[in-house]
Ligand binder design. Structure first.
Ligand code: ADP
Length: 243
């Protein structure tokens, strides 16, 4: 009985946390839109506030996507569609999609990719989600003007992918919880980091579906490295499957 009550209480907390996460960007969007309509914002500043509205809306879309993705992953009938593809190419594509976020914080994404194509056997759509969530976090928790490094290394049966940032880092206590659903930290220094606390749990579930692992090493104030493996695909000319 006690246990049941605790679960219900936690669920109530989740709902109020999520409501809060949606409410603050929505309130800002409404405020800016009203100010634009009433002419409180000068013509010169209009573009700036419209860009803020677009950024806040993007964040809300991303949070809704995260919740939907997790719902689908929790459903046991989730399908993974594995193909052979070059993870280096998918990394480059994902970096382009993050352009808006990275340029807003003047972050340079540097790549250290294996010289040969890094052919893996996996679900490319889901792995792109893994990459985007990790890059999104790396940017979000980085200091303005710093670097984010993405590397791939060919191992015997696997390709190792790492996303490194030089941002705020994660304490040992937090590291134990960051892959939990809805776990997120508040950072006074980063007021605009509206997150759902779902990104890393999605990352973990997708990699588990592929029977792969993710590790994190981090130092507070210095940055973090998230690394995960993917199975190498067979060489060209052979049927598309893991080695
Ligand atoms: P969200 O980013 O939406 O808060 P995540 O599940 O992606 O949720 O991350 C959970 C928490 O893990 C974050 O709130 C943050 O405290 C921590 N975290 C994740 N990635 C990083 C990172 N690269 N640097 C510092 N902290 C991070």
């Amino acid at each position: 009985m006690l246990l049941n009550k605790r679960i219900i209480k936690n669920r109530e907390n989740y709902v109020s946390d999520i409501t809060h996460d949606f409410r603050s960007p929505l309130t800002s969007i409404r405020g800016y839109a009203e100010a634009l309509r009433d002419g409180t914002i000068s013509r010169d500043d209009q573009d700036k506030y419209l860009s803020i509205i677009i950024r806040l809306s993007d964040r809300l879309v991303r949070m809704t996507d995260d919740m939907m993705a997790l719902n689908k992953l929790s459903n046991n009938s989730v399908l993974i569609t594995e193909t052979c593809f070059d993870i280096n190419a998918l990394i480059s594509e994902s970096i382009n999609l993050e352009e808006l976020n990275t340029s807003a914080k003047r972050i340079t994404v540097r790549t250290f990719l294996s010289e040969e194509a890094a052919m893996v056997y996996a679900d490319s759509v889901k792995i792109q989600r893994v990459l985007m969530n990790l890059i999104d976090n790396a940017v979000k928790f980085s200091f303005d003007g710093s670097n984010v490094d993405i590397s791939t290394a060919l191992q015997d049966d696997h390709v190792l992918v790492s996303v490194r940032d030089y941002g705020i880092g994660i304490s040992e206590k937090q590291r134990a919880r960051i892959f939990d659903r809805y776990y997120k930290t508040e950072h006074a220094s980063l007021p605009a980091t509206y997150g759902s606390g779902l990104g890393l749990s999605i990352v973990k579930e997708i990699l588990e579906l592929h029977h792969q692992t993710i590790t994190v090493s981090s130092e507070e104030g210095k940055g973090s490295i998230f690394s995960f493996t993917l199975p190498k695909a067979r060489q060209a000319g052979q049927p598309c499957q893991a080695t």
